[in-house]
Write a protein that binds this ligand. Structure first.
Ligand code: NAP
Length: 254
């Protein structure tokens, strides 16, 4: 089955698309001929990305300024996507942050920042999209970008681990409730991929030691996510909901 073919003409909204994995997911669905709305705070980057997406074959590409910590902005973002693309078929909840440091040294604000983007933002986006699908009576598909650290823990990223474990559990809880509206909810759990969220870490001694713990002995390349991502974003996963799929070179096994 051609996973990408199914996405032709589908309307996909991706949060946190101004860099890293989100921008890569946008390029991936653009190559499949999807219509894409890319959302984040840095609109200069999004505007450049929109031009790239059009060149790659996107049916449409549209940039939306979005801060997922602002509830009103989330509702406006879903409405703008529907207006710009003529509807919404797939929501990719990708925006995420990390605040590095030992839990004992972190402030309440550090914790709140992480939860506000990684957990509350994902929740509000999912609910806003689900309300749209319920109102229009159309099926929907949500792909949450969780993390391997939703399943295991690492030193210095405790609040991030907690938030991502919450995303995994949220994926299951919302899948259970949304199925009656023909809305599926699944999650990807990437292992380590070099992006701005972890820039420089893999060149440090700690980073190199971490790579030695990965059974496949390397960090991920963004294109390693393409197959699992397209599976969840397309109807190839039409009988899957509430699943969380690790894409980590076996890291969860070590
Ligand atoms: P990244 O390069 O730092 O990108 C994070 C994205 O989130 C940026 O586009 C950023 O855009 C956006 N964002 C941050 N705060 C936001 C807010 N308040 N509102 C809207 N957008 C916001 O990181 P990445 O590695 O691509 O991470 C993408 C997702 O994958 C995250 O959920 C991350 O936890 C997850 N993940 C990454 C890895 C990895 O190894 N890289 C592994 C597992 C999971 P603006 O700053 O422009 O708003």
């Amino acid at each position: 089955m051609d996973l990408g073919a199914d996405l032709k003409g589908r309307r996909v909204l991706i949060t946190g698309a101004s860099g890293g994995l989100g921008a890569h997911f946008a390029r991936t669905v653009a190559r499949c001929g999807a219509a894409v709305a890319v959302a984040a705070r840095r609109t200069d980057r999004l505007n450049d990305l929109v031009e790239t997406l059009k060149g790659l074959g996107a049916a449409q590409a549209h940039a939306i300024e979005l801060d997922v910590t602002h509830g009103a902005a989330i509702h406006a973002c879903v409405a703008e996507t529907v207006s710009a693309l003529g509807g919404l078929d797939v929501l990719v909840n990708n925006a995420g942050i990390v605040r590095r440091g030992l839990a004992i040294d972190q402030t309440a604000e550090d914790f709140d920042d992480v939860m506000s983007v990684n957990l509350r933002g994902v929740w509000l986006m999912a609910v806003a999209a689900a309300r749209h699908w319920r109102e229009t009576g159309t099926p929907g598909n949500i792909v949450n970008i969780a993390s391997m650290l939703g399943e295991r823990v690492s030193t210095g990223t405790a609040s991030y681990c907690v938030s991502k474990a919450g995303v995994v559990q949220m994926t299951k809880a919302l899948a259970l409730e949304f199925a009656r509206h023909r809305i599926r909810v699944n999650a990807l759990e990437p292992g380590y991929f070099e992006t701005e969220i972890n820039a420089g870490f893999f060149d440090t001694e700690a980073g190199k030691a971490m790579i030695r713990q990965i059974p496949m002995r390397r960090i991920g390349r963004v294109e390693d996510l393409d197959g699992p991502f397209l599976l969840l974003a397309s109807d190839a996963s039409r009988f899957m909901t509430g699943a969380a799929i690790p894409v980590d070179g076996g890291h969860l096994l070590s």
